[in-house]
Design a protein. Sequence first.
Length: 115
Amino acid sequence: MFDARLLSGVSVMIAVVEAGTFVRAADALGLTPSGVSRAIARLETRIGIRLFDRNPRAVVLTEEGRRFHAQVAPLLTGVEEAAEEAAGASATVRGPSQAQPRSVVRPHHSGTSPA
């Protein structure tokens, strides 16, 4: 079963790699730095490896983190590209739809008329 929290954690990890710090990643994502730190800790627990070496000046990917990043970054880019392509395709649809909407909810008739 797909775990959306895993994808969310990977997105936070990518933001940290791109921003270079938890604080800048938090700003980019609209989160707090502690929220970013918790998301990374949850992801590390979920996948069973330490992704970053942390110190007061910077965060640096561990060797395992570099390998994981190298595997997941292209996948996340692919998801983003697919979403952009789908959005672009929907924007190019022109004219009225030939499909007529159908009612999904039909009234229940019990054979009696309402009072």
